[in-house]
Design a protein around this ligand. Structure first.
Ligand code: PMP
Length: 352
């Protein structure tokens, strides 16, 4: 006997990121390189001394302290969870849910709407302009008509790669009647961050992740920076001991290798610029990216065919061609320089 799911969940599709076994995997915006060997050794050493019979530090004091120090904030302004997806889920559980409205501006990261719907919140999807930049008239209209309790921005935006200019974030903060969330999963690849706008009086939070720049997607660790009163509310909603002891160690130790992280980011940014320069000489349209991926659209061939042509050459990119508003678009994650060589050669062949 099957028990029916909630009425409002019946039509829900779920979030899919198909994995295929290939040599060059450029589809999920991970870091192409591992964290430093010194981190691995330090982590293994601390792990061997862990008291597995004890619950972890529920407040993750050491990890929060290290994140706060990195950003020059107070530890009480830091919330940590299992990936920034869980951070977003906790936010929505705390402030949205049934009877409340969440606003997104599409196309953007699909999980914002998905997570909100799972909590029972109503989602209002605003439209971006045809070039995928934020339409402030649309933001004003949605904020006035729909009174969202949470307004999501994403900078750099996934899947477009566009960085939200500071002026736009200010403009959204000025009209949003509730909380403004800036998802900065790719924040370190961009040239500015909304973290500088955080203070105790402003209903603004920024979310970040260890999955990209810290080369730790396998660890599932993300965090939020925002006013301490808001963090205290999130702490009430999240499950007790939700952050296991080994993950707290992994994250705290990672922050001792900021220089390595910044070197990896600089390398990826240089490779991203190289890919964009190559795109400029090919029959593709692309959007200027501030992230570790680039969205592009072949000018003369269906996106799906180009995706398949790349796959036939052992290169996997993200097929966005069937997504709303993204007809024929593909998204490539910046890989190592060798992986990018293979990708660009394969793309040249497919387009020829
Ligand atoms: N936000 C954005 C914009 C993302 O692209 C992703 C990863 N796909 C996440 C959040 C979630 O990242 P994680 O849960 O690995 O921290």
């Amino acid at each position: 006997m099957r028990i029916p799911v909630r009425d409002d969940l019946r039509a829900l599709e779920g979030y899919h990121s198909p994995q295929v076994s290939v040599s060059v995997r450029l589809n999920t915006n991970e870091s192409p390189t591992a964290p430093p060997a010194a981190w691995r050794d330090a982590f293994a050493a601390e792990l061997s001394r862990l008291e597995w019979n004890r619950y972890p530090d529920r407040a993750a004091v050491a990890l929060r302290g290290a994140i706060a120090a990195l950003h020059g904030l107070d530890p009480a302004q830091v919330f940590v969870a299992n990936g920034s997806n869980e951070v977003l889920q906790t936010l929505v559980l705390t402030f949205a849910g049934p009877g409340r409205t969440v606003a997104t501006f599409e196309p953007t990261y699909q999980m914002h709407a998905q997570i909100a719907r799972v909590t029972g919140a109503r989602v209002v999807e605003g439209e971006r302009r045809a070039d995928f930049t934020l339409d402030l008239d649309e933001v004003r209209r949605i904020c006035a008509d729909e009174a969202p309790v949470i307004t999501f921005l994403c900078s750099p935006n996934n899947p477009t790669g566009l960085v939200e200019p500071a002026a736009n974030v200010h403009a959204v903060m000025a009209v949003a009647p509730g909380l403004v969330v800036v998802d900065e999963a790719y924040g370190q690849f961009a040239d500015w961050s909304a973290i500088s706008l955080i203070d105790e009086e402003t209903p603004l939070v920024v979310t970040r992740t260890f999955s990209k720049t810290w080369s730790m997607a396998g660890a599932r660790l993300g965090y939020l920076l925002g006013p301490s009163w808001l963090v205290a509310e999130l702490d009430k909603v999240t499950l007790p001991y939700h952050l296991d002891a080994s993950k707290q160690i992994a994250g705290r130790l990672a922050l001792q290798y900021v220089d390595d992280m910044e070197a990896r980011v600089a390398h990826i940014v240089a490779q991203r610029e190289r890919i964009q320069a190559a795109f400029a000489a090919m029959p593709v349209d692309f959007w200027p990216s501030g992230a570790n991926f680039v969205l592009f659209r072949p000018q003369h061939l269906p996106g799906k065919d180009v995706w398949q042509g790349l796959l036939d050459r052992d290169v996997l990119v993200r097929d966005c061609s069937g997504w709303p508003r993204l007809g024929d678009c593909l998204r490539v994650t910046v890989g190592t320089s060798e992986e990018n060589d293979v990708f660009l050669k394969a793309l040249g062949e497919v387009l020829a």
